[in-house]
Design a protein around this ligand. Structure first.
Ligand SMILES: [Zn+2]
Length: 82
């Protein structure tokens, strides 16, 4: 169900997004960018890995993972499963 609220609030922390078309709020957008950057570095280093595999693997990094990045990863995994 998509309500007006869903479109303006970050789905992770429920804070207002900068722009409605953004996926997440500022903080989580930044976290997602660093996640994507990490994925590109990973691809350069190890070759082929799907985004899904990457975000599952990255959860094993535990404490090395920033809390915001972890929230984005967990949200994206949840989102894909539902
Ligand atoms: Zn957020």
């Amino acid at each position: 169900m998509v309500t007006k609220q869903n479109r303006i609030l970050c789905p992770i922390c429920k804070k207002t997004k900068n722009k409605p078309k953004d996926m997440y709020c500022n903080k989580h957008s930044l976290a997602q960018k660093s996640l994507k950057k990490g994925y590109e570095d990973w691809l350069k280093a190890y070759g082929i890995m799907s985004w899904d595999e990457y975000i599952k693997n990255i959860l094993d990094f535990g404490d090395l993972l920033g809390i915001l990045v972890r929230e984005v990863v967990e949200y994206e995994l949840y989102f894909k499963l539902n």
